[in-house]
Design a protein around this ligand. Sequence first.
Ligand code: FES
Length: 191
Amino acid sequence: MGASLANCYRQGSQRVTETMTSPLVVASQDEVSEVNFDSSMEARIKGILKRYPSPGAALLPVLWLCQDRWGWISPGIMEAVSQRLDLAPAFVEGVVSFYTMYQHRPPGKFLLQVCTTLSCQLCNTSALVDHLKQKLEIDFGGTSADGLFTLVDVQCLGACGEAPVIQINSDYHTDLTIQKLDALLDRLAGQ
Ligand code: FES
């Protein structure tokens, strides 16, 4: 099993009670089959590199920057990163495949990251997961037919006291019930 990059309220995430979650901007396979960094991306990569002792140490934030820009990490993006940081392509691919927070395929507009660790399990996450799978007609790793929702399971999101917890894109939704979840998905679908 891969590993989460971080737990306690992961970097860039925020808790919300009413959904204002913005849909992800996700590049198509064709758009990122071959990638060249433009001046804006290049400036941001240079800024990251200044903060780390070696290009290898900057790999995680550079990949995160790419995912923020294109919504996922394609083979073309991995190739561009490996060339820019002068790292072996296999090393970059190994890092991307190890960490569950990197998406290897284009996700839907809303990435449903369901915590399936113990505290959430004790608060009925299994029922939420079963409901989501049935409602969206997908399994973990799948994307709904309308392209809106991708469902993944993740380890502890660091909000155990408010279990069960789902992170949708950058937002946390806590103390969930099936009714709350249905209302949330309906609002997102209607945005
Ligand atoms: S077990 Fe910690 S947030 Fe789910």
